[in-house]
Design a protein around this ligand. Structure first.
Ligand code: 3PG
Ligand code: MG
Length: 402
């Protein structure tokens, strides 16, 4: 976007203001994504332009009111207006329409230095379908299109992708957040300093099959923790008691282990686990080897030996990629594994390693542990970062480059 002249121009900016809200008051509970887009908006205003912001908030189509209409009170972008104005330090206008006569009139009347937020892009069905007519009308509101919505770049929607085709190459570009996200992912995917270690956790193998498979093509070490580790332990012949397991993925787990061996990737599973006799913070707990978990017990966190082994590998790495927690860190008694990994990643970073944390839960973990400032980069994308690390070309990125 630095090559674009914004003076007296209207910039249509796709942001990802899909932030978590308090269920009752609709107050923003984490404003990370809004703060992350502020530099782009400020830059446009400083250059003498105006900004028309568009974003989705939640999935209104999946939570319709009993009469089949949209729950506007819950999903309106208006929930983000006051806070955006506060962060920008300028008033922000709101239009209760995404596309239509009111939106067109407000966009047309916008003056340099002004900011307008349009209503939730997902209030119109055409958004999710990438509708061309919708995108064309939308495009008529602005002179320039900027995509700064990294978190939504994996969606081929009207406002993230289709709209870009109505702007010439000189009049469209990435915002600063999008650029930073792509550059940081690039640093891991292309020419990383080695050893490169990926730490993958979370409940299910099935969510991350493609990720694990692709990672084996470019990492030196792959640490697997969290619930998904037990599918691997069982596949290798271990007893996992009542731990999470996807029985239909056992063969796949073994294939991944074989691929790691063939590629010379060191695959680390938790040697021991902190097991519980119920899925509860107050359950009885003990540390056992991960492959001899008795019936009635389940692994809810990695054990001490696993922590030590994982940490040693992390501290020995020059590039780190972390996606997914090591255990049920929402339960205080089962947060130690995730905490240890977060601290080790922070320590390795202090020693000069480059660390990228991506994926909703691991981001929540580093935030909860107060370590977000001690890793190199925390991604604002969940699904988008995952798809990027899987080696996919994101539609929102492609649309700008074409
Ligand atoms: C997200 O939070 O994942 C992005 O904002 C995209 O939202 P979606 O998953 O509902 O498409
Ligand atoms: Mg998502």
């Amino acid at each position: 976007m630095q090559n674009i002249n914004f003076s007296n121009k209207k910039a249509l900016v796709r942001v990802d203001f899909n932030v978590p809200l308090d269920k009752k008051t609709f107050a923003i509970t984490d404003d990370t994504r809004i703060r992350a887009a502020i530099p782009t908006i400020k830059y446009i205003l400083d250059q003498g332009g105006s900004a028309i912001l568009m974003s989705h908030l939640g999935r209104p189509d999946e939570k319709l009111l009993p009469d089949g209409s949209i729950d506007v009170a819950r999903f309106t972008m208006n929930h983000t207006v006051a806070h955006t104005a506060e962060l920008l330090g300028v008033p922000v206008l709101f239009c209760e329409e995404f596309v239509g006569p009111k939106a067109a009139a407000m966009a047309a009347a916008l003056q340099p230095g002004q900011v307008l937020i349009l209503e939730n892009t997902r209030f119109l069905k055409g958004e999710g379908k990438g509708d061309v007519e919708l995108a064309k009308t939308l495009a008529s509101y602005g002179d320039i299109y900027i995509n700064d919505a990294f978190g939504s770049a994996h969606r081929a929607h009207a406002s993230t992708t289709t709209v870009a085709q109505f702007f010439s190459a000189e009049n469209k570009g990435f915002g600063f957040l999008m650029k930073a996200e792509l550059d940081n992912a690039d640093r891991v995917l292309n020419n990383p300093e080695r050893p490169l270690t990926a730490i993958v956790g979370g409940a299910k193998v099935s969510d991350k099959i493609l990720l694990l498979d692709r990672m084996l093509d470019y990492v030196d070490n792959l640490i697997i923790g969290g619930g998904m580790a037990y599918t691997f332990v069982k596949a290798q012949g271990g007893q996992i008691g009542n731990s999470l397991c996807e029985d239909d993925r056992l063969e796949l787990a073994n294939q991944l282990v074989a691929k790691a061996q063939a590629k010379g990737v060191k695959l680390l599973l938790p040697e021991d686990s902190l097991v519980a006799d119920a899925f509860s913070n107050d359950a009885n707990r003990k540390v056992v080897a991960s492959n001899v978990i008795e019936p009635g017990w389940m692994g809810l966190d990695v054990g001490e030996k696993a922590c030590a082994e994982f940490s040693a590998t992390i501290l020995n790495s020059k590039t780190l990629l972390w996606n997914g927690p090591m255990g049920v860190f929402e339960f205080e008694n089962f947060a130690k594994g995730t905490q240890t990994i977060a601290e080790s990643v922070a320590k390795a970073t202090a020693n000069g390693a480059f660390s990228l944390v991506g994926g909703g839960d691991s981001v929540a973990a580093v935030n909860q542990m107060g370590l977000a400032d001690e890793v190199s980069y925390v991604s604002t994308g969940g699904g988008a970062m995952l798809e990027l690390l899987e080696g996919k070309v994101l539609p929102g990125v492609k649309a700008i480059k074409e």
